[in-house]
Design a protein around this ligand. Structure first.
Ligand code: UD1
Length: 435
């Protein structure tokens, strides 16, 4: 990539520019083997972490996604050099030349807030647009800001931007009111260069937080406890170069697992991390699927029918909110009634109206979706509203009778690497129409 041509990875897939459609003829059962891609939600904080050092950072297994393009564009804006070769991405930020993450970038990807911690830690200042609301709820960043203040940053909100300055961050005990994934990551990245010890309590335990900590430790940071709810960070003076790998994407893996069950198929997923999808494995077994696990491989064989099961989303290691929409699509063809409770985000049922247009029978009652299984969904033109909602509509389309046309496909390109190619390889009748 480089300074001259920022953000060209996955050319033509800039968010909002493409108005591609995905067309699915439902009814093919999925069969075969695919490989899991690198995790979007690990790649984003890890790329942001490269801002903490002036040395080269080399990352393997980086997925080719619109959101990764966006963070690369942001890094280049801030002064980083970025090179890539397939799934290997190298970046170096010899000097931070700009301290601002503009509204234009942040509005396309909320995770841009992840540069706040690294920028303040490295340079003592940052100006990052506040992410607004989004399709799945209010999603504030108050906990990121409060914790940064506790580390000694001065925070002001001006013209829709967070302006943070400090003469030097100091380690402190920090308690997160709510478990927040990017909040934990942002503060962990700030604390690695703070003077003294920081203890994060009620920290997020997601595997992506652990992946980030491993990379930071590779750069010379001193972090213990990542993956538990108490993370201890001893500040160091400077960080150096690193070479490391992005973990596989548990949400993508989970989406393909649900697709296999929904279509009555038999799918093997290679290079995945079975330990990261245990909550889903338990639910799919309860729903009648057979699941065989080897070290980095999962085989999912659908049962004779889909048993309706209840699901409640929780922070990791609970059932992930990022698989809730896909699970509702599965329960839409269950053999009874299923109650799906969303406890992480307050407005994450946008897919339900679209699923009902495909014949699903679902009632929403506060944060619960009561799903009465029907024999078969029917293809329809539907609209993607957010990333995971669009995945659930693709899955519904795969199992439905007839044709489903999904619009606003750019949502899905943010988080799924070549989804229609992978599904075609498994036998799905799916194609993209470029417009
Ligand atoms: C991350 C994931 C996203 C996933 C979510 C929950 C990335 C890039 N995105 O998002 O895919 O759906 O975790 O697993 O990793 N909250 C506050 N104040 C804050 C921060 C969060 O009230 O300052 C609340 C949120 O509104 C939400 C809950 O905490 O209700 C959890 O959100 P959080 O874990 O922060 O989600 P993200 O990190 O944005």
């Amino acid at each position: 990539i480089g300074r001259e041509r920022p953000g060209l990875w996955g050319e033509g897939k800039e968010q909002g520019v493409g108005v591609d459609k995905i067309i699915i003829e439902g009814g093919e059962l999925l069969k075969g083997t695919i490989r899991a891609s690198g995790a979007k939600n690990a790649a984003l904080p890890i790329l942001a972490a490269s801002l903490l050092t002036e040395e080269w950072c080399t990352f393997h297994n980086v997925p080719d996604l619109v959101d990764v393009n966006t963070i690369v564009r942001l890094l280049v804006d801030l002064g980083s050099e970025v090179e890539r070769d397939g799934a290997v991405l190298r970046t170096r930020t010899r000097r931070v030349g700009n301290w601002e993450a503009s509204y234009d970038l942040v509005k396309t990807m909320r995770a841009s807030i992840l540069v706040l911690g690294p920028l303040v830690a490295r340079t003592g200042k940052a100006r990052v647009s506040l992410p607004g609301g989004c399709a799945i709820g209010a999603r504030p960043v108050n906990l990121h800001l409060k914790a940064l203040q506790e580390l000694g940053a001065h925070i002001e909100l001006r013209d829709g931007y967070v302006e943070a300055t400090t003469a030097g961050l100091k380690g402190a005990p920090i308690y997160f009111d709510t478990s927040t994934v990017t909040g934990t990551e942002n503060i962990m990245m700030a604390a690695v260069l703070a003077e003294g010890t920081t203890i994060l309590k009620n920290a997020a335990r997601e595997p992506e937080v652990e992946n980030l900590a491993l990379i930071l430790n590779g750069m010379g940071a001193k972090i213990r406890g990542a993956g538990t709810d108490e993370i201890i960070i001893e500040g160091v003076e400077a960080l150096g170069s690193v070479e490391g790998s992005i973990i596989s994407d548990r949400v993508e893996t989970g989406t393909f697992m649900i697709a296999a069950v929904l279509t009555g198929g038999d799918v093997v997923i290679e290079d995945c991390e079975p330990g990261h999808v245990e909550a889903l494995v338990a639910k799919l077994r309860e729903a009648g699927a057979q699941i065989d696990i080897k070290e980095k491989t999962i085989r999912i064989t659908a049962g004779p029918n889909v048993r309706s099961v209840d699901v409640t989303t929780h922070p990791y290691p609970g059932f992930p909110t990022d698989l809730q929409a896909q699970m509702v699509a599965l329960m839409a063809v269950g053999n009874g009634i299923s109650v799906v409770r969303e406890t992480v985000f307050e407005n994450r049922f946008m897919h339900i109206n679209e699923l009902m247009r495909m014949g699903a029978e679902i009632t929403i009652d506060g944060n619960r979706a009561i799903v009465r299984g029907v024999e078969r969904l029917k293809g329809a033109p539907v609209m993607a509203t957010d990333l995971r909602a669009s995945a659930s509509l693709v899955l519904a389309g795969l199992s439905a009778e007839g044709k489903t046309e999904l619009e606003r496909v750019y949502h899905i390109d943010r988080g799924y690497e070549r989804i229609e190619e992978k599904l075609s390889r498994l036998g799905a009748n799916i194609r993209r129409i470029k417009q």
